[in-house]
Design a protein around this ligand. Sequence first.
Ligand code: AKG
Ligand code: FE2
Length: 323
Amino acid sequence: MSTQEFSSPRSEYTHIRVSPLTLNIGAEISGVDLGAPLAPEALAEVSAAFVDWKVIFFRGQNLDHAQHVSFARQMGEPTIGHAVFGHEDEFPEVYSIAKHRTANSIRGASMARAWTDWHTDITAAINPPMASILRGVTIPPFGGDTLWTNLAAAYRALSPALQSFVEGLNGIHRFEAPAEPDAKKDYAELIEKRRLESVHPLVTVHPVSGEKILYVSPAFLQEIEGLAPRESQALLEFLWEHSVRQDFTVRFKWQPGDLAMWDNRSTAHLAPSDIFQTDFDRQLYRITLVGETQRGTDGRASRAIAGLPILSAREELALAQSS
Ligand SMILES: O=C(O)CCC(=O)C(=O)O
Ligand SMILES: [Fe+2]
């Protein structure tokens, strides 16, 4: 990338401090206490930094569940904890990111490639969450870092010829249990209970920044509509490998009490796998915010093949009670 092509995220911040961690993605925010409601000016700047830097980090906030929920409500409408895997009993908005959660029970079943396990949260839904807010509670002394990648930078780094080719394509995103015989039964049953499958443009337009996004969530995107199977697989493998290139990524070393908030419309992320090589525990909690249907560069919208949109915690609970 030439220096002329690089446009640094541009907002001016006067009520918060924003310290970028890399050229393309990730900034630490200081000068705010998330345990109490933010002043409108600070909230507006946090929202701007979130879109500009795509993942923002707040050190040492030490929030409890209730404070986590009330911060999330200032940023948007919290979804049900996890549409497939459930939520904390007393806090329907909160999903436990425990080391040995059900979602991790199928680990190790497949061949690891550069993009393995990278994902954008729940892109199998027609309206994937717009943001995820993750809070660290128990953090190993070393290991357990999380990585994010900037999918707008990934799009910009493609050649104009490939950019215009992929803009016309749609991806089929599916939540599915691996075909391996050792795929755990309760994992497969939960996925079957809320089957989610959607078609999204392969290049989306960010509703706030207007940036074009290479929307290729590796763990959910299964095929490209209209291509022959080998064409689809070869192109996806190229796009996945490209989208996790080191210069688009940031790696975060957690401390207990830290909070990360990412723009789920413009990033993918990777949960650590090194934690399974040690006995160290690791416990985080996540809240996601209700998202919208994606749009392609020509304005075309996502389509659901299976499954309802992911609604707010309130609406999901009401639905569950009435069924
Ligand atoms: O464990 C992590 O660091 C991230 C887990 C994850 O994928 C998520 O919270 O969406
Ligand atoms: Fe995730």
